[in-house]
Design a protein around this ligand. Structure first.
Ligand SMILES: NC(=O)c1ccc[n+]([C@@H]2O[C@H](COP(=O)([O-])OP(=O)(O)OC[C@H]3O[C@@H](n4cnc5c(N)ncnc54)[C@H](O)[C@@H]3O)[C@@H](O)[C@H]2O)c1
Length: 261
């Protein structure tokens, strides 16, 4: 039987065919999950076109900064999935461009708020709304996307790095509180991928080239490898794993000083 036969999954954060969220959608669908996508208004056309490639996938609009739109998205998901949800994918992040260009010490109050609101608070806001739908199923799995800059300085990641540190901390608190309801909460820390969001951070191309020599696997990762790791974490194979930050980065994070060849 497919790993996710009969499972219901709601995915936030698909913008186009390069999105990590789209790779996750494909991995989950390949193992039998029924999907719904939530999109940001300006991405509607791309998301509808992608959803059409996975028969039965529903779509709904939601700006994660707007509580009413979050409420509506979860009401709609509840209608689609008969009041039940097994899997929530949070693959959403944004920082105003200036916050990724200027020095970190020049971070603005407004830019800091926006970055943490969209990239971090939105997970908490979604978890609260997904909770009753997962309780109706006797449990579930929530998954978010983070990045190593939460722990180590990656120049220019700036406020987004702070957002990722807060996101990882939020994963642990949510995992603790929801664990008694058999709801697991985890994060994948992905290596650098060429997506819309990543293009906002300067040096992405050089970093991807650096992976070819510095990562233990001597290569980059691709979106499908994150999708498959997400499939694992959302399936019963990972039923004892929660509060975890799992690296999918060809091993880059274990290195101190890399090969000088
Ligand atoms: N690409 C990488 O190198 C990389 C590495 C590690 C982690 N990540 C993380 O993966 C996640 C997905 O990013 P991606 O790389 O696939 O890029 P992406 O641009 O395809 O996805 C980001 C998504 O966030 C959505 N979003 C932004 N603001 C929103 C808002 N106000 N309301 C609703 N949605 C909003 C966008 O519409 C988009 O769908 C992000 O959390 C990102 O930080 C990316």
């Amino acid at each position: 039987m497919p790993l996710l036969e009969g499972k219901k999954a709601l995915i936030f954060g698909i913008a186009n065919h390069r999105s990590i969220g789209w790779a996750i959608a494909q991995s989950l669908a390949a193992e039998g999950a029924q999907l719904a996508f939530s999109y940001q208004e300006r991405m509607e056309k791309y998301v509808r076109d992608l959803a059409a490639k996975l028969p039965g996938t529903e779509v709904m609009e939601c700006d994660v900064q707007n509580d009413e739109q979050l409420d509506s998205a979860f009401v709609r998901a509840s209608e689609i999935f008969n009041g039940e949800l097994d899997i929530l994918i949070h693959s959403v992040a944004y920082a105003p461009p200036r916050e990724l260009e200027n020095p970190f010490y020049d971070t603005t109050r407004e830019g800091f708020h926006t970055t943490l609101d969209i990239s971090t608070y939105s997970l908490i806001a979604m978890a609260k709304r997904a909770f009753p739908l997962m309780q109706a199923r006797g449990g579930g799995s929530m998954l978010t996307m983070t990045y190593m800059a939460s722990e180590r300085v990656v120049p220019k990641y700036n406020a987004m790095a702070v957002a990722k540190a807060a996101l990882e901390c939020s994963v642990r608190f949510l995992a603790y509180e929801l664990g008694e309801h058999n709801i697991r909460v985890n994060a994948i820390s992905a290596g650098p991928l060429n997506t819309l969001a990543a293009r906002g951070v300067s040096g992405l191309t050089q970093f991807r080239e650096h992976m070819n020599v510095a990562a233990p696997l001597r290569r980059n990762i691709d979106q499908s490898e994150v999708g498959d790791a997400a499939l694992f974490l959302c399936s019963h194979l990972a039923r004892a794993i929660t509060g975890e930050i799992m690296f999918v980065d060809a091993g880059y994070n274990i290195m101190g000083f890399g090969d000088t060849k």
